[in-house]
Design a protein around this ligand. Structure first.
Ligand code: CO
Length: 162
């Protein structure tokens, strides 16, 4: 298992837009995918986006019951009108949790590890995690969308001083 240190807020890397992946199965990309999966498993997070390990490329990994799912160039093509509010945290914003409103269900277009196009229908927790991770690819953090901080208000003040 090779774990990679997580990039922490307020790093500028987390604020950049990620570029799309055009070449699949390059040596570098395959290693990155493996390291991202390992890092996500080790950290016990719900999901991880490539910028969080210092790469501004459109790659995310999510932790599902069936194991780690990696998505390349994911985009949300449809969002349900119905939304729900739930608590979120982020490995890049440790010690802070807050309520975020997200669409109940989404449809995501992406490519798999071989570059094959796929469409996913997601709802429930997976829908929330996907929206959070895809936000990362656009330089958006959950604290930008937070309605109310539920834990770690003192930590956010510490961050803002830096
Ligand atoms: Co996050």
């Amino acid at each position: 298992m090779s774990q990679i240190p997580i990039i922490l807020y307020p790093s500028k890397i987390l604020r950049q837009k990620s570029i799309s992946i055009k070449e699949f199965h390059t040596k570098e990309l395959d290693i990155l995918v493996k390291n991202m999966s390992d890092t996500l498993l080790e950290s016990k997070g719900a999901g991880l986006a490539a910028p969080q390990i210092g790469k501004n490329i459109q790659l995310i990994a999510i932790n599902t019951k069936e194991g780690i799912v990696t998505l390349f160039n994911p985009i949300i093509i449809k969002k349900s009108w119905k939304k729900n509010i739930d608590e979120e945290g982020c490995l890049s914003v440790p010690g802070i949790f807050g309520l975020v409103k997200r669409s109940n269900a989404i449809i995501v277009k992406a490519q798999d590890i071989d570059g094959k196009k796929t469409t996913l229908n997601a709802n429930g927790l997976i829908s929330r995690v996907l929206q959070h991770e895809i936000d990362h690819l656009n330089g958006i953090l959950f604290i930008d969308r937070v309605l109310k901080i539920t834990q770690g208000e003192e930590n956010i003040k510490k961050f803002l001083k830096t």
